[in-house]
Design a protein around this ligand. Structure first.
Ligand code: GRF
Length: 209
């Protein structure tokens, strides 16, 4: 029997991925606790969803601290206070400070609404990703879930799923279909992580069935 994982979610938007994961935790599909939601924004909509579920929320912003080290220390202190095992980024736009990345090796995960390494990196977030996908003329986009390292959208890829770009797609219509895949895939990956089915071997992600 695998011990129940303590998950911290970092999110700054509406929190639809957070809600999809929360639902699977609440229904017992994912054996974990969501211990807190962290944002760099003051009042993101995701906080309302978390509060309604009785999950503590924290707004921590780099600008509140005089030095980057102090900000990283505050984040680490918060994560340690909640005995965090796993950090999930779900619409979190800031780079995770290096001390936090080092403290949680292969225990920080991000979801990106395109097929990395394309349409990723700094500045590629939200609707900008889908706008760039449509402008480029590619016929296939998708979802990438990956471990987080010290660069934007760069860590080892855990899984990817394709979504076709259809003639007449707008960024909004494409975002809608990509998001449907995100809501299915992210909880599946979190479940696999909580069941110890995902390992790193030779810097590649391997799934144990
Ligand atoms: C998703 O498209 C996710 O891939 C990206 O940010 C968006 C967050 O949406 N990282 P939501 O706040 O989970 O609804």
């Amino acid at each position: 029997m695998v011990a129940l994982r303590n998950i911290a979610v970092f999110a700054s938007g509406r929190g639809s991925n957070f809600s999809a994961i929360l639902d699977k935790v609440q229904t017992g599909v994912i054996s974990a606790r969501i211990v807190c939601v962290v944002s760099e924004c003051e009042h993101p909509p995701v906080f309302d969803v978390a509060r309604a579920a009785g999950i503590p929320v924290y707004s921590l912003n780099r600008r509140q601290y005089t030095a980057p080290e102090e900000y990283a220390a505050a984040l680490l202190q918060l994560l340690e206070r909640h005995n965090t095992d796993l950090i999930l980024l779900a619409g979190y736009l800031k780079l995770i400070p290096s001390p936090v990345v080092r403290k949680f090796p292969h225990a920080i995960v991000n979801i990106h609404p395109a097929l990395l390494p394309n349409f990723g990196g700094q500045g590629f977030f939200g609707m900008k990703v889908h706008e760039a996908v449509i402008a480029s003329g590619v016929k296939v986009t998708g979802v990438t879930i990956h471990f987080v390292d010290e660069k934007y959208d760069n860590g080892a890829i855990i899984c990817q799923e394709q979504v076709a770009v259809l003639p007449g797609d707008t960024p909004e219509s494409l975002a809608h279909r990509v998001l449907e895949v995100e809501h299915r895939l992210y909880p599946e990956v979190v479940q696999a992580l909580c069941e110890d089915k995902i390992k790193m071997i030779d810097r590649k992600v391997v799934w144990n069935k």
